[in-house]
Design a protein around this ligand. Structure first.
Ligand code: AMP
Length: 306
């Protein structure tokens, strides 16, 4: 199945202890799409400014991402500037967010995009996420949504409205507690299930994810990489891998959802091993499968008690 992805397409400036990356290709939809494209056909919906480089457009297409839903508007491409704590990659400050062309973006989905069976509403203004969701025809098989503290703080009402209409919610452990006002991630997951989503994925950075589905909890560690250069996009690449894998198998059950979490964890680990999308575009499916096998060996144990 084809996966339709909406989200930000950005030029990011990122500071980590490994160095500075200025105005490099980033954005939630970019990371999601590149990651998902290893598993299933992807179509991207979003907007870039007139400063968007041809090379970057080509890069999406080389990776077989359908960019016909990518609008080029007058103005500048979305900009984000983040700085990571040199002693703790889990801590980052957003120094600047400029919506630029996203401020006036009003996506109109093509007839083909409206009938997509799998939809990923990547991190962007929840009003835009809702706008896209409402244009879908013949309710999609699976709709995922990712967001961040910026939108919980500034657009909580709209976010709640769209969360009520989706199937899979991705949030990190801090965000979901803030969003639901619950003390534990487990109560927060229940709260979200009561709102509508049947799958809740709680991201815990280098500690992996906890997934709640059909009354069961499941934990997936992050793939243990020692080569963390820039954590930006890990969550988006995780989401892209998760949704891309489910879209490829076109089955949503306990088995496929857990496998999707495994591939998603692998994709997150790949994204962090270089600045921008550099590592994501040099990897191949063999390396992804090999990391998936290693992750399996890391988590399996014999349940027989002596
Ligand atoms: P992550 O590290 O997974 O949270 O994703 C970081 C990516 O999200 C960067 O490439 C940014 O361009 C993008 N981003 C940052 N802030 C926002 C925002 N408020 N809305 C949409 N995308 C954002």
């Amino acid at each position: 199945m084809t996966l339709l992805i909406i989200g930000s397409i950005a030029y990011d400036t990122v500071e980590t202890k490994s160095g500075l990356s200025k105005d490099s290709l980033g954005g939630s939809a970019t990371y999601c799409s590149l990651s998902a494209s290893f598993f299933s056909p992807v179509r991207i919906v979003g907007v870039v400014g007139s400063d968007f480089k041809k090379n970057d457009h080509d890069l999406l297409q080389i990776n077989e991402i359908d960019t016909t839903g990518l609008e080029v508007a007058d103005g500048d491409t979305f900009r984000w500037h983040g700085r990571y704590d040199p002693d703790d990659f889990n801590k980052r400050d957003t120094l600047d967010t400029r919506l630029n062309v996203f401020a006036k973006f009003n996506p109109i989905l093509s007839d083909r995009n409206r009938t997509s069976k799998f939809l990923f509403l990547g991190n962007i203004d929840p009003t835009l996420q809702l706008n896209v969701l409402e244009q879908m025809e013949n309710s999609p098989t699976l709709v995922g949504l990712d967001t961040m503290n910026y939108w919980i703080d500034t657009e909580k009402r709209s976010l709640e409205k769209v969360v009520r209409k989706i199937d899979v919610l991705f949030m990190d452990a801090f965000e979901i507690r803030e969003f639901t006002q619950q003390n534990t991630i487990y109560d927060a997951a229940e709260y979200v299930h009561d709102m509508g989503p049947s799958i809740v994925v709680i991201k815990k950075g280098e500690h992996g994810v906890v997934l709640s589905h059909e009354g069961n909890l499941f934990a997936m560690p992050a793939f243990p990489t020692r080569n963390v250069v820039d954590p930006t996009g890990a969550g988006d690449s995780f989401g892209g891998g998760f949704m891309g894998y489910l879209s490829s198998v076109d089955t949503i059950d306990a088995k496929s959802v857990r496998q999707a979490a495994g591939f998603a964890s692998v994709m997150g680990s790949i994204a962090v091993e270089n600045f921008s999308v550099r590592k994501l575009i040099e990897i191949d499916r063999n390396e992804i499968n090999s990391r998936f096998d290693q992750l399996y060996k890391l988590t399996i144990f014999n349940p027989d008690i002596r």
